[in-house]
Write a protein that binds this ligand. Structure first.
Ligand SMILES: Nc1nc2c(c(=O)[nH]1)N[C@H]1C(S)=C(S)[C@@H](COP(=O)(O)OP(=O)(O)OC[C@H]3O[C@@H](n4cnc5c(=O)[nH]c(N)nc54)[C@H](O)[C@@H]3O)O[C@H]1N2
Ligand SMILES: Nc1nc2c(c(=O)[nH]1)N[C@H]1C(S)=C(S)[C@@H](COP(=O)(O)OP(=O)(O)OC[C@H]3O[C@@H](n4cnc5c(=O)[nH]c(N)nc54)[C@H](O)[C@@H]3O)O[C@H]1N2
Ligand code: SF4
Ligand SMILES: [Mo]
Length: 739
C-alpha cells in the first residue's frame, strides 16, 4: 500500500518548484522538481544545493516520465494459470504470498526461500534492511546481493589486504589518481567524487592532478588523462604488477611505512619479479615506456587514489586486481596520515574518527555454503552467479521461492537461458518492480512500489557505501533529506518496497528487528544498532527513517533544516595511531601470490583465430543497467545496444555503422548493430549490458538490442571465491547477417 502520510514540513502534491533528491544512481544529485496539478512535470538541477553545481544527467531529468509514463505499473499483478496477468489488490497479494511461503517452508524448510536484492533497491537503504530482517526472521540465510556480479573482487581484495582505517586522503589533495576500467563521469562511482564527477575532474586536472587511466577505450575520463594506458582488456593484474615491479626496482617505495604497517614485502617482491614492464607491455599491447612512466607518476605523488571499476572485475582475476590496488597504495605509503582531513566523515552515520593505522585482514569466505561450484557466502556476499543453479539443482537446499527486490536477473545475469529456466522452475517468484520487466514477465506476482518522488529519502547511502567499498562514498560531511513531493498516481494501488516485507512478516506472524551495521570486515566503527519494529502499527517511512538514524552524528532533524542539503561543520582529522595497535596489512597474501605465479606462467586471455575480438562492458549515460529502457524520454534516440568497433577492424571485416551482425562467443550468439568508434582499441569490441528480450521472444537487434548475458557462461573461469565468471574480455567473432 502506498504511503500517503505527509511529513509535517511539506504538503505532498503542492504545486510549485521543490527541492528533491534523485536516487536513480549513487550520484544522488539534488534536483528541483516542478509539480503541477499534483504531478511531477519537470526536473532540473538544483543550483542552490552545495557541492553539485546544479548538475543532473538525462536519467534524473526523465524522472517525470518514470513517474507518469505509460509503462509504469500502477497495480499489483498475479499470474493466471494461462500465463497472463490480472490485477490483484495489494493486501490480497500479501495474504496469498504469505500463505504460499508458509507452504514452501513447511515442505522444504526456510532455506528454500531466497531474496535477490538488485540495483533498484539502492534508492534507499531501508528496503534491503527490512527484507533482510524478514528473511532472518523466517530463518533463511539465502540473501543474494547484486554486489557479487558487480565488483566482488573489491571486498575480497580488502579482506586479504586489510584496511587502512582512515582510507585515502581526500580527492582534493591527491596529486595522482588511477582509474582502472572505471568511468565515473558516466557511472558516478569509482572512489571518485560522486558530486558532479565531470566538473570535479576538470577542476582537478586544472590544479595539476595527474590522472592515469587504464582502459581499452578512450572513454570520458581517458580524454582528461595524463597517461592513458589503452591496454588490451583482461591484463590489469599484470599491468599493476609491472608498476609494482618498477617501483621496487627503482626503490620508489616507502620502506619506513612498510616496516611499521605491513607484512609480505619479500613475497610480493618475489612474485612480481617475472613481470618486467617489457614482458607486460608485450602482453597488454602497451608501450613499455608508458608503463614505466605510470609507475613513476604514481610513486612520485605524495597522495594518490587508485580504483577499479566493473571492467577489470569482469575480466577474471578481479580479486587479484583489486588486491594489487591496495598493495600499490601500501607500498608507497599513500594512505591518509595523522593530521590529514578525514576523507569520509560520518554525518548520518554515527560519530567516528579514523586513525592512521591498519585494520587487519579478515576471513573472506565465512558465509553459508552453497551446493554449486564449491561456492559459499564470502566477503562480497552470497554469489548471485550461483543463484540460477541453486534453483535448478534438485535436492536438499534447492531454492523454491525467490523474492526479487529491485533487480532484473533476466537482463543482468550471466547465461540468460539458464536464468530463464531457473525463473520458470520456481514455485514462487515475487518481483518488486515498477515496470513489467523481462523478470516480471516470469513472476507469479509483480508488486510495483511508489517511486522516489513519492517517498522520502536521505543521502545515507552516499555514506554507508564505504562499508561495502572502503574509501568510496562522499568526501565531504554532506547530508540531505528529501520529503515525498507528490502522491502516487490517482487510482493506483502500489506496494512499498519495505512495507511489503513488513506486511508479509505480519501476515506470517514473524517479529522483525532491523539491524544496522557500521563497519566493513575487521573495521567496526560502532556497535550494530538494532531496531525492533512495532508489528501492531506499521511506521511511516519517515518514522522508520528516524528510528534507523537515531545514532547519527548530526541528528536527522538538524539535517532536515536544510532543504537543499548541507555540508556540516564536521572537521574530522585523522588521528594518530593507537599505541596499542598491532594490526598489520598484508601485501604478500599466499593465495594472491600463487595466482601471480600462475599468471607469470600463462598470460591472461589472448585473442585466437576463431574468436579474434575481445568484448568488454561499458555503461551508457541514459540508463542505469536496464532501468530506463522503457522510458520514452531516454530510449528515443537509441533503443538498442550497438556493438562499438574500431574503424580499422570494421574496415577489415567490411562493416559499417548500422550494419546488423551476429556476435558469437564460445558459449552463445546474439544480434547487434555495428557502431564505428575510433575511441576503442583495435581488437576490442564493446557493448552495454541489460538489453535484448527473454529467450522465448524473437529479438530485433535494432529495436531490442542483444542480451550480452547470452554470450556468458557461469562455468567460464568462475572465480573460486566469488563465483563471478568471465563477463568481460570475452572472446567473440562477428558474423555478417542479412536482416
Ligand atoms: N549512467 C549509468 N551509471 C551507472 C550505471 C549505468 O548503467 N549507467 N550502472 C551503475 C552500476 S550498477 C555500476 S556497478 C557502476 C559501474 O561503474 P564503472 O565500473 O565505472 O562502469 P563503466 O562505466 O561501464 O566503466 C567500465 C570501464 O571499464 C572498461 N573496461 C572493460 N573491460 C576492461 C578490462 O578488462 N580492463 C580495463 N582496465 N578496463 C576495462 C570499459 O571500457 C569502461 O570504460 O555504474 C553505476 N552507474
Ligand atoms: N554482461 C554484463 N552483465 C552485467 C553487467 C555488465 O556490465 N555486463 N553489470 C553487472 C552489474 S555491475 C550489475 S549491478 C547488474 C545489475 O543487475 P540488476 O540490479 O539485477 O539489474 P537492474 O537492471 O539494475 O535492475 C534494477 C531493477 O530495479 C527496478 N527499479 C527501479 N527503481 C526501483 C524501486 O524504487 N523499487 C524497486 N523495487 N525496483 C526498482 C528497475 O525497473 C529494474 O528492473 O548487472 C550485472 N550484469
Ligand atoms: S547522475 Fe543522473 S541518475 Fe544519477 S543521481 Fe544524478 S541525476 Fe540522478
Ligand atoms: Mo553494478
Amino acid at each position: 500500500m502506498a504511503e500517503q502520510v505527509r511529513p509535517a514540513e511539506h504538503p505532498i502534491g503542492m504545486d510549485g518548484e521543490h527541492p528533491g533528491l534523485c536516487r536513480l544512481c549513487v550520484g544522488y544529485c539534488p534536483i528541483m522538481v516542478t509539480v503541477e496539478g499534483g504531478r511531477a512535470v519537470k526536473v532540473t538541477g538544483d543550483p542552490a544545493a552545495p557541492l553539485f553545481d546544479g548538475y543532473t544527467c538525462p536519467k534524473g531529468r526523465a524522472l517525470p516520465e518514470f513517474h507518469n509514463g505509460p509503462e509504469r505499473l500502477l497495480h499489483c499483478l498475479r499470474r493466471t494459470p494461462d500465463g497472463k496477468f490480472e490485477r490483484i489488490a495489494s493486501d490480497a497479494a500479501v495474504a496469498e504470498i504469505a500463505e504460499r511461503v508458509a507452504r514452501i517452508v513447511a515442505e522444504h524448510g526456510p532455506e528454500a526461500v531466497a531474496l535477490y536484492s538488485g540495483t533498484g533497491a539502492t534508492s534507499s537503504t531501508i528496503p534491503s534492511m527490512v527484507a533482510g530482517a524478514w528473511l532472518r526472521a523466517l530463518g533463511s540465510p539465502m540473501f543474494f546481493t547484486v554486489s557479487t556480479i558487480d565488483k566482488p573482487g573489491m571486498a575480497i581484495g580488502q579482506a586479504r589486504h586489510g584496511l587502512w582505517e582512515a582510507g585515502h586522503p581526500p580527492f582534493e589533495q591527491a596529486e595522482a589518481w588511477v582509474l582502472i576500467g572505471s568511468n565515473p563521469v558516466i557511472s558516478k562511482t569509482g572512489g571518485f567524487p560522486q558530486n558532479n564527477p565531470g566538473m570535479r575532474l576538470k577542476e582537478a586536472v586544472r590544479r595539476g592532478l595527474k590522472l592515469i587511466v587504464i582502459d581499452p577505450r578512450r572513454n570520458e575520463v581517458a580524454r582528461k588523462a595524463h597517461i592513458h594506458l589503452q591496454c588490451l582488456p583482461g591484463h590489469d593484474p599484470e599491468i599493476l604488477t609491472a608498476m609494482i615491479h618498477v617501483i621496487l626496482a627503482e626503490g620508489l617505495f616507502d620502506a619506513e611505512f612498510l616496516r611499521v604497517n605491513a607484512d609480505g614485502f619479500a613475497a610480493l617482491k618475489e612474485a612480481t619479479a617475472p613481470f618486467s614492464p617489457a614482458v607486460v607491455a608485450a602482453r597488454a599491447g602497451l608501450a613499455e615506456a608508458d608503463l614505466i612512466a605510470a609507475a613513476r607518476v604514481f610513486a612520485g605523488a605524495r597522495t594518490t587514489g587508485i580504483f577499479c571499476g566493473t571492467g577489470p572485475n569482469f575480466a577474471t582475476h578481479g580479486n587479484l586486481t583489486e588486491y594489487l590496488c591496495n598493495c600499490l597504495t601500501t607500498l608507497c605509503g599513500h594512505w591518509a596520515k595523522a593530521g590529514d582531513p578525514l576523507q569520509k566523515p560520518n554525518v548520518l552515520l554515527p560519530a567516528w574518527t579514523g586513525r592512521a593505522q591498519p585494520s587487519p585482514p579478515w576471513p573472506e569466505a565465512a558465509g553459508v555454503p552453497l551446493r554449486v561450484r564449491g561456492l559459499r557466502g564470502n566477503a562480497s556476499g552470497l554469489p548471485a552467479a550461483a543463484l540460477a543453479d541453486e534453483i535448478l539443482l534438485p535436492g536438499k537446499g534447492q531454492i523454491k521461492a525467490l523474492f526479487c527486490l529491485g533487480g532484473n536477473p533476466m537482463m543482468a545475469f550471466p547465461d540468460q537461458q539458464r536464468t530463464f529456466e531457473a525463473m520458470q522452475a520456481l514455485d514462487l517468484l515475487v518481483v518488486l518492480d515498477p515496470e513489467m520487466t523481462a523478470t516480471s514477465e516470469l513472476a507469479h506476482y509483480v508488486l510495483p512500489p511508489p517511486l522516489m518522488l513519492e517517498t522520502p529519502g536521505t543521502s545515507l547511502l552516499m555514506e554507508s557505501i564505504k562499508y561495502l567499498a572502503h574509501s568510496r562514498g562522499i568526501d565531504q560531511p554532506y547530508a540531505r533529506y528529501a520529503p515525498a513531493l507528490v502522491a502516487p498516481p490517482e487510482g493506483s494501488d502500489l506496494m512499498g518496497d519495505w512495507e511489503f516485507f513488513y506486511d508479509l512478516a505480519k501476515a506470517m506472524d514473524l517479529p522483525l528487528t532491523v539491524t544496522v551495521g557500521y563497519g566493513n570486515g575487521s573495521l567496526k566503527e560502532a556497535p550494530p544498532h538494532r531496531v525492533p519494529l512495532d508489528m501492531a502499527h506499521r511506521p511511516t517511512t519517515d518514522e522508520l527513517t528516524a528510528m534507523l538514524l537515531a545514532t547519527s552524528r548530526i541528528p536527522l532533524d538538524e539535517v532536515k533544516r536544510y532543504p537543499h542539503g548541507h555540508v556540516f561543520p564536521v572537521n574530522e582529522v585523522v588521528q594518530e595511531r593507537d599505541p596499542d595497535c598491532t594490526a598489520r596489512l598484508d601485501i604478500g597474501n599466499a593465495v594472491m601470490m600463487e595466482e601471480l605465479a600462475e599468471l607469470a606462467a600463462a598470460a591472461a586471455p589472448v585473442q585466437d583465430d576463431e574468436f579474434p575480438l575481445l568484448l568488454v562492458p561499458k555503461r551508457v549515460n541514459h540508463l542505469v543497467n536496464s532501468y530506463g529502457r522503457q522510458n520514452p524520454a531516454l530510449n528515443r534516440k537509441q533503443p538498442s545496444n550497438p556493438l562499438s568497433l574500431n574503424p580499422a577492424d570494421a574496415e577489415r571485416m567490411g562493416l559499417a555503422t548500422g550494419d546488423t551482425i551476429h556476435v558469437r562467443s564460445p558459449f552463445g550468439q546474439i544480434g547487434a548493430l555495428v557502431e564505428i568508434d575510433p575511441d576503442i582499441r583495435p581488437g576490442v569490441a564493446s557493448m552495454t549490458h541489460c538489453y535484448g528480450l527473454n529467450p522465448d521472444q524473437p529479438t530485433d537487434p535494432a529495436r531490442d538490442g542483444g542480451n550480452v548475458g547470452r554470450l556468458i557462461s557461469v562455468e567460464d573461469h568462475p572465480d573460486p571465491v566469488t563465483g563471478i565468471p568471465r563477463m568481460g574480455a570475452l572472446p567473440v567473432v562477428l558474423l555478417k547477417r542479412n536482416r
